[in-house]
Write a protein that binds this ligand. Structure first.
Ligand code: CA
Length: 463
């Protein structure tokens, strides 16, 4: 698992950067894997998505609604496999408030950690241990060391969780000079002025022109032309981002080589994913959080030994709640009833006509606290996306309310999500239908504060 690695930055996803991005090893993995095209985070921010990936539950069930909320010791895919006799370990980025549980071994970065000479929290050690070198190399070394020294009589689950490609987008030799002499393609909507969308879209401080030096040390133009400024910063940002990810991709290759060298590839499932997506200049944005596709869409590539030698793609609507049930199911353990996702194992076994979901429920809770993103929830189907910015902190942040707003996108006509058609009479039936579906998903997932939200909004939105 990587961090903030958008599908557009991965060659095999064939996005607008596929001709330049440097991901030969992930692409190699995809050549003998099932690649999922439509996978979405249900709360697009690091810690909450990680909690969902581990538990198979929405934020309101696992307790991690926003960054920096405790992840109580609870049932996870790892704890289930550990109880089933698997040797379990996690190395690298953890980014949850409490120490890992359900793992026989762990070495994890404290909070964000560092790219160079990172410090790790290790199981059974009270003090941090600094390792010399580059984080992605070290995390891979730790994984290979575990694979080499583990109990050879037990099956295993190891989670290798890279820091890349999270800001501040650093890299090392020789990847730090990639793309030096080329201009990287820009997304078509990099100069989006948000004129056909909600205030929530223009309020956010995710614009490239607003990037701060702490997030990423960059040069700026002396200009009031926001479009020119975005494009100027974009070239620096995207090169740094793709270089950062290239170091990680190199280490994906090291792991795959190790599995092949030892024969472990013949009976090991390999999963590549990231904790969410990331804006790579689309809408003029960087970062994530919003429900727009570039933010919520996750890579998911699964290689199962029984399907080696074939490359397939799946277009079903998958969510990060499905990851834990899949891992449990792949280990032939019973998926607990309280996990809210579905196992993807049938797809890996060749199924194509499953009775599958037709909409994904999304909810972002961290109202305004970072980058002025208003709290919102919504539904994404294959054809439409309906977003409700209720704009309430609901006790999770101390920020004032923002006015409630809706957005509707017709993804068939407008895949870049540029024009909000919520108020268009031609879409009234679609709105009514999606609102009913959204309500049903909230009931299904037991996210039951609708009445409270409606009551607060009816009273006025002032705190
Ligand atoms: Ca992340």
């Amino acid at each position: 698992m990587s961090d903030d690695h958008a599908v557009s930055a991965i060659g095999c996803y064939q996005g607008f950067l596929s001709d330049v991005t440097h991901t030969p090893n992930i692409d190699r993995l995809a050549e003998e894997s099932l690649l999922f095209e439509n996978v979405f985070a249900t709360n697009s921010i690091c810690s909450p998505s990680r909690a969902t990936i581990l538990t198979g539950k929405y934020s309101h069930k696992n307790g991690v609604y926003i960054l920096n909320e405790p992840f109580a010791e609870q049932q996870t895919s790892a704890s289930i496999l550990q109880n089933a006799g698997y040797e379990t370990a996690v190395f690298g980025k953890w980014h949850l408030k409490s120490l890992p549980s359900g793992f026989d071994d762990f070495k994890v970065l404290r909070e964000q950690g560092r790219y160079r000479n990172p410090e790790f929290v290790e199981k059974m050690k009270d003090t941090l241990t600094e390792y010399k070198g580059w984080s992605e190399d070290i995390i891979t070394d730790m994984t290979i060391d575990f694979l080499t020294t583990r109990d050879q009589n037990k099956p295993f689950l190891v989670m290798t969780q890279f820091k890349s490609a999270h800001d501040p987008w650093a890299s090392r030799v020789p990847f730090d000079t990639l793309f030096s002499h080329i201009k990287i393609p820009e997304p078509a909507n990099i100069c989006d002025d948000y004129s056909h969308r909600s205030d929530a879209a223009s309020r956010v401080t995710l614009q490239l022109s607003m990037m701060d030096q702490k997030t990423f040390n960059h040069d700026r133009l002396d200009t009031s032309d926001i479009c020119a400024q975005r494009k100027y910063i974009y070239q620096q940002y995207i090169k740094a981002y793709l270089r950062c990810a290239a170091v990680m991709d190199y280490n994906v290759g090291r792991l795959m080589d190790y599995l092949e060298k030892t024969g472990l590839d013949e009976n090991t499932v390999v999963i590549y994913t990231s904790d969410q997506g990331h804006f790579l200049g689309e809408h003029g944005y960087f970062s994530k959080r919003l429900m727009y596709d570039e933010s919520i869409r996750m890579p998911l590539i699964i290689r199962h030994p029984e399907m080696r030698g074939t490359s397939r793609r799946n277009n079903q609507l998958v969510a990060n709640i499905d990851f834990a049930p899949t891992v449990v199911d792949l280990a032939n353990e019973k998926v607990p009833d309280d996990m809210q996702g579905e196992s993807l194992k049938p797809f890996l076994m060749g199924a194509s006509d499953l009775d599958w979901r037709s909409g994904i429920y999304y909810r972002y809770w961290q109202h305004i606290l970072h980058r002025d993103v208003a709290a919102h929830y919504g539904i994404r189907t294959s054809d439409h996306k309906l977003i409700f910015y209720h704009g309430l902190s609901l006790g999770h942040t101390d920020k004032s309310s923002t006015p409630p707003e809706w957005e509707l996108f017709d993804l068939r006509q407008d895949p870049a999500e540029m024009i909000n058609v919520y108020g268009d009479p031609a879409y009234q039936d679609v709105v009514n239908s999606l609102k009913a579906d959204l309500h049903n998903l909230r009931v299904q997932y037991d996210d039951n504060d609708t009445e409270m939200i409606e009551e607060i909004l009816a009273q006025g939105t002032e705190d």
